[in-house]
Design a protein around this ligand. Structure first.
Ligand SMILES: [Zn+2]
Length: 457
């Protein structure tokens, strides 16, 4: 009896939070299912998600030959589904990753792997990065199928493993290398940009056209060492420390590209701080304005130049010995048209000490800027204007990385498009108590549905 009452309460509660629209209910159910799969990139598996998504498409009548499940290892499955169109144009690829950054229950105020709707937010690891988009892509294709929509190009859905952490099982990289034909497309839509709210107000809607290149350098000094009771001036730690001291005062030259120029031009219109006038001048190439903007804002500085920063140190082997080794990791984020050779050459010259050996330990490869295509920009702006009057469209360059880099360097231009609006001061991806505003989720669902249709008819 008590059990029955409990069930009744539960169903009343569920009816309460469930949105009225059947399409929204479906997206929410898929979203919940994905959030509750522990797909942390070091300890979890993406395979249950891939299998469940494949089963949904099979049940919806997609031919089995258009559904693919596979990955680098059994626990890192990707799912690729092809929605057949007329074939008049090359396919459009819809991408999202299903792995998440690890989350520990004790760090969170709620369980990171229990989907929770509370106070206007969905909570759970992956609610913003990147399971909202994954769930919406699935719901969108299922809806288009029910509506008997016939696109003028195939729509390819790829939900992939291991975007986070850059491990060896990255699904996009694996698909490009092993099954290129499955995902080959004219261009792709992916994470990497979002809508921005300030104080709850929707302000700008970003479309991502570029991202910076991730590079790790090891700065290493080796020395014969000796007894610390008889020190000599030639000390590995001192060499390294002096080199890092030079790095701390160094800045790469400013450089704008087509995307960042447009970013500054557009976002100057909405910038409420005292930076608006300078941001407009940055777009015109005013270097004094660039200096002021870069000094005032770390994120804007990162848009304007390549950056390198010391992130880890090691050195010495005993408290009473002269160090035989001192080393640092220097993490760099290169502008899309910068090169590793140029960065290493500039740093070598800066350090000016041939005992400090600079070597590349991680190079994620160049990621060319995706072209500002008229058809994409027009559709994006039109739907944005209709759904959120007064919100401006802003082309953007991500200063962090996404799977878009694999596609861009494989010749598939990639656009960061989500339609989810998050508050500028409340971005919790990779952090604790990650969440997504409920309203933003459903709006993003509508946006992406309209956007996919606009690009395929
Ligand atoms: Zn992500």
């Amino acid at each position: 009896m008590r059990f029955t009452i409990f069930l009744l309460c539960l169903s009343a509660w569920a009816a309460d939070v469930m949105p009225p629209e059947p399409e929204q209910r479906l997206a929410r159910v898929i979203y919940q299912e994905m959030i509750e799969v522990k797909s942390g990139f070091t300890t979890g598996s993406t395979t249950p998600i891939a299998e469940s998504v494949a089963a949904r498409f099979k049940a919806a009548g997609f031919p089995v030959e258009d559904i693919f499940v596979g990955g680098a290892i059994p626990t890192k499955a990707n799912v690729v589904v092809r929605y057949r169109g007329t074939g008049a144009r090359k396919p459009l690829l819809l991408l999202a990753h299903t792995d998440v950054v690890e989350a520990k229950r004790e760090d969170w105020t709620v369980d990171p792997f229990v989907f929770l709707e509370k106070d206007g937010y969905f909570y759970g690891r992956g609610t913003s990065d990147d399971k909202a988009q994954a769930a919406v892509w699935v719901a969108t294709l299922l809806r288009l199928k029910r509506e008997n929509y016939r696109p003028d190009r195939d729509l390819i859905l790829a939900l992939t493993a291991d975007e986070e952490g850059g491990g060896p099982y990255n699904g996009v990289n694996w698909l490009i290398e092993k099954h290129r034909a499955l995902i080959d497309a004219e261009y792709a839509l992916n994470e990497g940009a979002r809508g921005m709210m300030v104080g709850g107000k929707r302000v700008e809607h970003q479309i991502g056209l570029a991202e910076k290149q991730f590079l790790n350098l090891r700065w290493e000094v080796r020395n014969k060492g000796g007894h610390s009771a008889r020190p000599v001036p030639d000390n590995a730690i001192y060499h390294l420390a002096a080199a890092l001291q030079r790095l701390s005062g160094f800045e790469f030259d400013f450089a704008l590209n087509e995307v960042t120029r447009e970013y500054f031009r557009q976002s100057a219109k909405m910038e409420a701080s005292g930076l608006a006038a300078d941001m407009a001048r940055v777009a015109e190439g005013d270097r004094a304005a660039m200096r002021r903007v870069a000094a005032a804002s770390a994120p804007l500085n990162a848009m304007l130049r390549t950056t390198c920063v010391a992130t880890q140190l090691e050195g010495g082997h005993a408290t009473n010995a002269l160090p035989q080794l001192a080393a640092a990791n220097v993490n760099c984020r290169l502008l899309p048209d910068d090169s590793v050779e140029s960065v290493v050459a500039q740093l070598t010259k800066l350090v000016g000490d041939d005992q400090v050996k600079i070597s590349v330990t991680t190079n994620e490869g160049a990621s060319p800027v995706s072209p500002l295509r008229d058809d994409i920009m027009k559709a994006f702006t039109r739907i944005t204007d209709t759904m959120w009057p007064g919100v401006i469209t802003v082309p953007s360059m991500a200063v962090g990385g996404t799977d878009g880099r694999y596609l861009r360097s494989a010749g598939i231009p990639t656009y960061g498009v989500q339609g989810f609006f998050l508050d500028r001061d409340d971005v919790r991806a990779h952090g604790r108590d990650e969440r997504m505003p409920v309203k933003s989720f459903y709006e993003g669902q509508t946006f992406l549905y309209e956007f996919v249709k606009a690009l395929s008819k």
